[in-house]
Write a protein that binds this ligand. Structure first.
Ligand code: PLP
Length: 360
């Protein structure tokens, strides 16, 4: 069977070249006589893979040497707790910006550790926009400011970096990391589950300013202490070895394709193609504010929700899969991460136009 165009929000499409290389190396990685899955994480082979994975990520994001890069497990959801446990550093409150489902989960978890000040929210318009900086009510004594640069469910993306007046900025970049160039030094901590834009589920990446480590709240388990992972180069326990290997293949591919500047152009072109289709039609509607439209996750509704099932069934028949929207938004959602080729977006647009002609 041919591969389909997979618009899943996550776990999501991976580059075909990466899957092919993983297949070719499945039974015998580079003459080692074994699969990467079977290697000791402390053996020479895997230590080499791990070092290269980190080096390539550092190069792609131009991560300053004053930051640690951690390869953890537990998903972005574990970070919702690990961030306050590690970054409160004796303070009693933190600022959170609430722009949707993932922000809400981060806030709920943080409330177990500190008082949470909602510095800004877009709840008034069903989380369809990113509150402008001048609407933020920041607390200068906050331990940190947490926000979600790309809300995967609502399809709301910040195309600017908040100014927190020196308070450490924390970003849940699960669904837009590596989609564009960023200046890591503007953040105190960036975290991301891998299964959207990096690799397989099971790997969580944390990039954190070194000077913030080592002041966890009392009772923090070792596995939740960034400093312990940093001091042990993410080998305090067994890291997600195979997921790291796949991530390393993705990083290598991104580098060979011109890095994040090229990826950004590729993603802008794809997003524009889909938004142009939505904007030129009275049949489809995108609920997101124009200036906050995500380049990664694009929700849209059909004129008549009764057509949703027919749309999805027809899409599947055209090799366009996983387009059903999240229940909180309804309608459709096309996730078009780095690994989605422009041909996939063009095929979707073509299908949408034909569907509108027939049912509009
Ligand atoms: C998917 C996602 C999460 C949850 O990730 P898990 O790895 O499943 O815990 C958190 N935040 C954002 C923005 C996401 O897209």
């Amino acid at each position: 069977m041919e591969r389909i165009y997979n618009f899943s929000a996550g776990p999501a499409v991976l580059p075909q070249e990466v899957l092919e290389q993983a297949r070719d190396e499945m039974l015998n990685w580079q003459g080692s006589g074994m699969s990467v899955m079977e290697m000791s994480h402390r053996g020479k082979e895997f230590m080499g893979i791990a070092a290269q994975t980190e080096a390539d990520l550092r190069e792609l994001l131009a991560i300053p040497t004053t930051y640690k890069v951690l390869f953890l497990q537990g998903g972005a959801s574990s970070q919702f707790a690990m961030v306050p446990m590690n970054l409160l550093r004796g303070k009693t409150s933190a600022d959170y910006v609430n722009t949707g489902e993932w922000s809400k989960k981060a806030i709920k978890e943080a409330k177990k550790f500190c008082s949470v000040n909602i510095a800004a929210t877009s709840e008034d318009k069903n989380f369809s926009y990113a509150p402008a900086q001048d609407k933020w009510m920041l607390n200068k004594d906050a331990a940190y400011v947490h926000y979600t640069p790309n809300e995967t469910i609502g399809g709301v993306e910040f195309h600017w970096v908040p100014d927190t007046g020196g308070v450490p900025l924390v970003a849940d970049m699960s669904s837009n990391i590596l989609s564009k160039q960023i200046d890591v030094s503007q953040y105190a901590l960036i975290y991301a589950g891998a299964q959207k834009n990096i690799g397989p589920a099971g790997l969580t990446i944390v990039i954190v300013r070194e000077d913030l480590l080592g002041q966890t709240v009392a009772g923090t388990p070792s596995m939740f202490d960034y400093k312990i992972h940093a001091d042990n180069e993410s080998m305090y326990n067994t890291p997600p070895t195979y997921a790291m290997y796949i991530a390393s293949l993705v990083f290598k591919l991104l580098k060979s394709k011109g890095g994040l500047a090229a990826m950004e152009q590729h993603n802008i072109a794809k997003a524009n193609a889909l938004y142009d289709c939505l904007d030129s039609s009275a049949f489809y509607t995108c609920p997101t504010a124009r200036e906050n439209r995500s380049r990664m996750n694009i929700p849209f509704t059909l004129k008549d929700a009764a057509l949703d099932e027919i749309f999805l069934k027809g899409a599947k028949e055209h090799g366009l899969a996983q387009l059903k929207g999240h229940r909180s938004v309804g309608g459709m959602r096309a996730s078009i991460y780095n690994a989605m080729p422009i041909e996939g977006v063009k095929a979707l647009v073509e299908y949408m136009k034909a569907f509108e002609k027939k049912n509009g």
